[in-house]
Design a protein around this ligand. Structure first.
Ligand SMILES: [Zn+2]
Length: 656
């Protein structure tokens, strides 16, 4: 997932994951909240693997090996309905039940296949919903059926699906639907063992209105005929959060031999132009880290309501249109989602408390791709912008949130806020290792890591063991155990963090300082050559507030108010709001209404709610924007507004 170029990511990451105790379900079927019980020895080998507090699944008993979906897409009812058939691996020969995660699903029927091929009804209990985890579905299967099928339908409010009316799309003619399963939303559209520890292959037969193209995180056929009847196969085993579906008025154009873009007709050409370097990105990454193992790499450009920057759904990254700014200056997002084909999709965190294994490593690989394709200047600017933001915010986070990972012996519950630093501190850690071991040896290590753990889900402790053996012990004297420990489990930014210098951003600093001192703006010839990153740095370094006259001067020179660049907007509007520059209010509201990407809009909402007038504007804007927002974004804004109105009373923050 990519919340941004910068770190902003959401504490989101954590919506998922933690450890269900393995106790039998209460006889009344009521929900038992998973968490590592006091006394659970998490320091045992493998215990960390089991500690996924965000899932009820019992993968030590039984595992889904393959999923066969048969679904119908009903835009009017905002519903997916059909069945999920699981091919099961009964790990424990004594096990007698299959426990699945669900949220807001109507379960109609459960059947199990007998050895003679006939199917019997199975009894099941759907527990009362837990606010964060949804409803535990316990299926009695004393015969340990090799296949079990659940017939079900989704709720119109499914947290992992967004249903858009035609008016909310770019083309305005056809409805649109897409999923966002990370972190624990897959369970809202398929009953699953919704933990990254379980990997499965899948097939799907999906029916939809004839004019809707359906795509999945699978073998999408660029030449597929739009006939309302689609078949998909995903032959590589994936964790549940990578299950994805989208349907709408979508067309395809290639950008390379094995890559292309799916988008609404109105967005396809500009998308293809912006993402023209994708094939080169694949080649660069293959050269560094070994073959791309997923067949095709396509991108699906979503409507502006997509709550994230991108989502690394295998074979088909979901991408926000807010990175299409016309000059490729934000395509590091594509590098990021592509990089996940190695870090995350190929080698996956075992629980979301190991988030950095996915996101930190991906942010590092992203930067390497950017450096190779666009040069060190850009790569360094991106590192610096991200690290400056991290430095600014890390001190305010709870200590546990400042660490890359949580020690295996520390109990984690589904309510714990987990790290927001996975992306940029994680990438910084890897850059640190690279600086100490040298690029050549470190590249060899990382490539070996991807090969060694391909198609596995691992906890941080497994990474540490592997790094110890293949880096620290192999090249002694370069990094100490204490340094390794500090980077992974320590708070703040370690003193050993390597710094980068960016002469380009230093010039921007000088220009800003000069303007603040005497009002002299940099010459047009200079700013005309600035990239998005230089503009972002220009704004990032501003004081907390400016005088109205200063804001007017900036607007006259650069027209920040009304900018089409969301990265600029997410910096400019909060500054305007803080400074009482109400002239920007209308444009800020229009921006909040049009865009649903959380990273871009939350900072402005957060500033607005700090004053009574701002809160009013936030509320009226949210009321207008809400029908077009994704449930994930809606939950975030709602939480912010509730907290502002009555501090301490808002329900737990959104888990996504
Ligand atoms: Zn990511």
């Amino acid at each position: 997932m990519r919340p941004s170029i910068l770190t902003l990511c959401l504490a989101v990451a954590f919506a998922a994951g933690c450890t269900p105790e393995q106790a039998p379900p209460p006889a009344d079927g009521s929900a038992s909240t998973p968490s590592a019980e006091p006394g659970t020895d998490l320091s045992e080998p493998d215990a960390a693997m089991r500690a996924d507090a965000f899932s009820y699944a019992e993968p030590d008993s039984v595992r889904i090996k393959d999923l066969a979906l048969a679904l119908d897409v009903d835009f009017d009812a905002r519903e997916l309905s059909g069945s999920a058939t699981y091919t099961l691996d009964w790990v424990d020969p004594e096990a007698g039940r299959l426990v699945l995660d669900t949220r807001d699903l109507s379960i109609e029927k459960v059947v199990g296949e007998r050895p003679d091929g006939k199917w019997d009804d199975l009894t099941f209990v759907l527990a009362d919903p837990d606010e964060r985890l949804g409803s535990k579905l316990t299926i009695a299967a004393p015969e340990r059926n090799p296949r079990i099928r659940v017939t079900y339908k989704t709720s119109p409010e499914a947290s992992g699906l967004q249903w858009l009316t035609p008016a909310m799309t770019e083309g305005g003619k056809a409805p649109f639907m897409f999923s966002q399963s990370q972190q624990i939303h897959a369970r809202s559209w398929v009953p699953l063992q919704d933990t990254p520890q379980v990997r499965f292959t899948y097939t799907a037969h999906v029916t939809a209105p004839k004019d809707a193209m359906v795509l999945m995180s699978a073998d999408n056929d660029p030449k597929a005929v739009r006939d309302g009847d689609y078949e998909f196969t995903m032959p590589q085993p994936i964790p549940s959060y990578l299950l994805a579906i989208a349907a709408g008025d979508l067309v395809f154009k290639p950008v390379g031999e094995r890559s292309g873009v799916w988008a609404e007709p109105a967005a396809i050409d500009k998308s293809v132009e912006e993402f023209a370097d994708t094939e080169k990105m694949i080649e660069v990454t293959e050269k560094l880290y070994g073959p791309y193992r997923w067949g095709r790499y396509d991108m699906l450009v979503l409507p502006p309501s997509f709550p994230y920057g991108g989502m690394e759904n295998p074979r088909l990254s979901f991408i926000t249109p807010t990175v299409i700014v016309g000059d490729k200056s934000l395509v590091s997002l594509i590098a990021h989602e592509l990089a996940h084909s190695w870090s995350g999709n190929l080698v996956t965190f075992a629980t979301p408390k190991d988030q950095w294994l996915n996101e930190g490593m991906t942010s590092y690989v992203e930067n390497r791709i950017v450096e190779d394709l666009y040069g060190k200047d850009l790569a360094d600017m991106e590192y610096l912008i991200a690290r400056n933001e991290l430095r600014k915010t890390i001190g305010d986070m709870p200590p546990q949130g400042q660490a890359l990972a949580i020690r295996p012996d520390v109990k984690v519950t589904a309510k714990d806020p987990l790290t927001e630093v996975a992306y940029d501190k994680g990438a910084w850690f890897l850059a640190f290792l690279e600086s100490r071991f040298g690029r050549e040896d470190f590249d060899t290590f990382l490539r070996g890591y991807f090969d060694h753990f391909a198609f596995q889900s691992i906890p941080t402790t497994t990474f540490i063991d592997y790094a110890r053996e293949n880096l620290l012990d192999k090249h002694p004297g370069k990094v100490s155990e204490a340094e390794l420990d500090e980077w992974i489990y320590g708070t703040g930014i370690p003193a050993s963090a390597p710094e980068v210098k960016s002469p380009l951003l230093e010039k921007v600093d000088a220009a800003r300082t000069a303007w603040l001192a005497d009002g002299t703006l940099p010459a047009k010839a200079v700013t005309d050559a600035w990239s998005t990153q230089e503009w972002l740095h220009f704004l990032d370094g501003m004081p907390a507030t400016l005088e109205t006259a200063q804001l007017v001067a900036l607007d006259e020179a650069y027209a920040f108010t009304g900018t089409a660049n969301g990265e600029v907007a997410m910096r400019w509007y909060p500054l305007a709001v803080r400074s009482g520059y109400t002239q920007a209010n209308d444009a800020a509201a229009a921006f909040l209404e049009k865009i649903g990407r959380r990273k871009l809009i939350m900072p402005t909402y957060a500033e607005l709610v700090k004053t009574p007038e701002g809160l009013k504007l936030a509320e009226t804007t949210f009321a207008r924007a809400r029908p077009g927002y994704h449930p994930i974004t809606t939950a975030s804004v709602e939480h912010l507004i509730e907290e502002a109105k009555s501090p301490g009373t808002a329900k737990d923050g959104p888990v996504d």
